[in-house]
Design a protein around this ligand. Structure first.
Ligand SMILES: Cc1cc2nc3c(=O)[nH]c(=O)nc-3n(C[C@H](O)[C@H](O)[C@H](O)COP(=O)(O)OP(=O)(O)OC[C@H]3O[C@@H](n4cnc5c(N)ncnc54)[C@H](O)[C@@H]3O)c2cc1C
Length: 653
């Protein structure tokens, strides 16, 4: 079977100039159109004093993070996403690429910047109008106006529509009165609130003319020039957290705090001079989701940051695996490097392939974000596709980070446990990525909801001829499934005979893609059928959803895995040079087949994988791991994580 794999591209683990060229070529491919800004951030992280400092007490850490953030402001990198009139470049793609790269360093700095420039600044930019921009963006961009994004409440996190803080318009004074009705409605976990924030974009139920208008954002000053809380505002520190010690998360209460009407961020809904409410989007739910949709940049940014934090862990673990020797053949003086062990290859390499795959998918997502935000009125369909992918990819990438960083820590043994080797911070700081910017399980449901809506629309909009074709496809698939099962049953006896089935097509990209596409399609149509059957039977929609929830989440997962494989496959195809193309192609095989291996029970249950082929998948994954272990060092080095942010365990072999 090894003969079906091309020979190792770098010629082993030695760092020859050929492998150096290949590493550089891979880094160019990974950095892509944003190589310049990524290099600039790498340069900044490599300057003395800018690498993470694992030993700082909380107060000093917070002060250090603010000082670093101010320095980045002076560099101009934090303004890139803002319009040129506010010192930026209006370049979302570049801004997010810069943010992602910052994730190689101290993640408290990353999150502090995310809160200030992405969330607080983003709310003003996307929910506000020219007057808000003129008044506040210069202070946001320069960090003279540190701010918060105050959405979550103690009682409601994922269910934002049910927030309970009120913002009541008072015509007599032309003011909005912001109020926390009880402790469950206090703002909680709010970044920048405990120490530095001066103003907050507060998400509250807007009441105009005695009528509730749904959740809107209002700018509320929370501290005065001296740093003391403004009248009516109570602020509390959230206290020690699992990680992100350098971020000052806090709680906010508002006791009938008055702000001018102009503080309503009113791009999508206004209180007019005559005190009446107006929104061009009449449907309140649609209005709410349109407003939330504009804040998607934070989600895309966290997704990219998770991928890059994972690269740090993988660089350390791969280098350690190449340098560290344990045990060896009996009678030999030489112990074997960890990377020689199959278990070690299996622990590191499929995850490494996944990080590459996610990187290319994130690259596409970032490009789409830039394209959608570049339009004044992006079509609903484009918006929704972006929202679907951002929700799904963020969930998959942040879970990948949590799992992989832990695996890398263990792969470094005791060395991985020392703070100096970065895993303590990487684990603790990335952990919450699965929760903020949308809880992952909730996000997968959002992703699936959109996919199922598209599926329904596709069905509903088909003309008679198209409908026939649609049903034809369904019938074809049912027949194909049945014949696959028959074929499988017929071949059970064959499985006892080794080598009767060819394994080579498992390395065909089309075979891999077909399996991923078929699984997604089958999951989606199955979930749609179950939901429809429940509704048709007159059952409560909520009960029907509860019963099918695991299936629905599976729709999103299989969708994201298919999209990620396609992004990786496309990146391989785009490769201009043969050697990186061959190596990336093999890595893509590993991503695809490791995913099929993980889900081989499902593929077998559905007649898409005989037991012979299922075993062949395992064997091929092993062979790919073995073959790619020779190139593991250059594959990890191609991430371009600056030496300054890597610990001792990453010392070069
Ligand atoms: C360090 C940190 C920083 C933060 N910074 C900010 C900030 O600056 N501004 C801000 O506004 N917020 C911030 N947050 C809040 C964060 O966005 C919320 O914690 C997040 O949205 C989840 O809400 P929750 O904590 O209420 O969890 P919940 O929504 O209560 O979820 C709890 C669990 O229930 C599950 N669950 C919930 N609903 C469902 C469902 N329908 N189906 C199945 N399972 C479900 C979830 O998967 C999760 O596992 C921060 C949080 C942290 C920890």
């Amino acid at each position: 079977m090894a003969s079906t794999l091309p020979p190792s591209s770098a010629g082993g683990q030695g760092r020859t100039s050929a492998s150096g060229d290949l590493r550089a070529a891979l880094q160019r491919i990974l950095d892509g159109r944003q190589a310049q800004i990524r290099d600039k951030v790498r340069w900044w992280l490599s300057q003395p004093g800018n690498a993470p400092r694992p030993d700082l007490p909380i107060d000093e850490h917070r002060a250090q993070v603010l000082a670093w953030a101010r320095e980045l402001c002076r560099e101009g990198d934090t303004a890139i996403g803002f319009p040129p009139e506010y010192g930026g470049e209006g370049d979302i793609d570049k801004y997010v690429a810069s943010f992602e790269t910052l994730a190689f360093g101290d993640l408290s700095l990353l999150v502090k910047c995310g809160v200030q420039f992405g969330l607080f600044g983003g709310a003003i930019l996307h929910l506000g109008t020219d007057e808000h921009h003129r008044r506040h963006l210069p202070g946001v961009v320069s960090l003279d106006l540190p701010g918060c994004f105050a959405m979550t409440e103690r009682g409601h996190g994922s269910n934002v529509q049910a927030l309970r803080t009120t913002a009541t318009y008072e015509p007599e004074t032309d003011e909005i009165v912001v109020h926390t009705p009880d402790d469950d409605a206090r703002k909680d976990y709010i970044g920048n609130a405990a120490r530095d924030g001066r103003m907050a974009a507060v998400f509250a139920q807007l009441v105009v003319g005695g009528e509730e208008r749904g959740v809107h954002a209002v700018l509320v000053p929370i501290r005065d020039e001296n740093g003391d809380p403004c009248p009516g505002v109570r602020i509390e520190d959230c206290g020690p957290k699992l990680g992100l010690d350098g971020v000052d998360n806090g709680r906010l209460w508002f006791d009938h705090v008055r702000v001018p009407r102009g503080n309503l961020l009113d791009r999508y809904a206004q209180i007019r001079d005559d005190g009446t409410y107006f929104s061009p989007i009449e449907n309140p739910t649609r209005r709410f989701f349109t407003m939330l949709g504009t804040l998607i940049m934070g989600r895309v940014s966290v997704c990219g940051a998770a991928i890059n934090a994972t690269k740090v862990a993988q660089t350390i673990a791969v280098r350690h695996a190449l340098a560290r020797r344990q045990f060896g053949p009996p009678g030999s003086d030489e112990e074997a490097p960890l990377i020689r062990y199959r278990t070690h290859q299996r622990r590191l390499l499929p995850d490494l392939a996944t990080t590459y795959a996610l990187h290319f998918a994130q690259d596409e997502l970032r490009g789409r974000l830039h394209a959608v935000f570049g339009q004044d009125e992006p079509p609903d369909r484009e918006r929704r596709e972006l929202e679907t992918l951002a929700a799904g990819l963020k969930a998959v990438a942040t879970w990948h980070a949590t799992k992989t960083i832990q695996e890398c820590r263990e792969a470094c043994g005791g060395a991985g446990y020392l703070r100096v080797n970065r895993f303590a911070a990487l684990k603790a700081d990335t952990d919450v990525f699965t929760t903020f910017e949308g809880d992952n399980t909730v996000l997968l449901q959002l992703c699936a909801k959109n996919l199922l809506t598209d599926y329904r629309d596709q069905f509903g909009e088909l003309d008679p001829l198209g409908t026939a074709a649609f049903f034809g496809r369904q019938v074809y698939e049912t027949v194909a499934e049945r014949s696959a099962i028959r074929e499988l049953l017929g071949r059970l006896a064959d499985d006892l005979v080794p080598g009767r089935e060819s394994e080579e097509d498992l390395l065909e990209r089309d075979t891999q893609l077909e399996l991923y596409r078929w699984r997604e399609q089958h999951m989606t149509s199955g979930a749609a059928r179950r939901l429809k059957a429940g509704i048709d039977a007159g059952r409560e929609p909520f009960e029907v959803l509860l019963e099918t929830q695991d299936h629905v989440v599976g729709v999103a997962r299989t969708h994201v895995e298919r999209v990620v494989l396609e992004a990786f496959a496309a990146a391989v195809e785009r490769c201009p040079d043969e050697r990186p193309k061959a190596l990336l192609g093999r890595l893509c095989d590993l991503y695809a087949l490791a995913g099929i291996e993980r889900d081989r029970g499902w593929f077998q249950e559905h007649g898409r994988l005989s037991s012979t082929r299922s075993k062949a998948v395992i064997k091929t994954v092993n062979q790919l791991c073995e073959a790619l272990s020779a190139d593991a060092g250059l594959l990890a080095d191609a991430f371009g994580v600056p030496e300054a942010v890597l610990g001792e365990a990453a010392r070069r072999p």
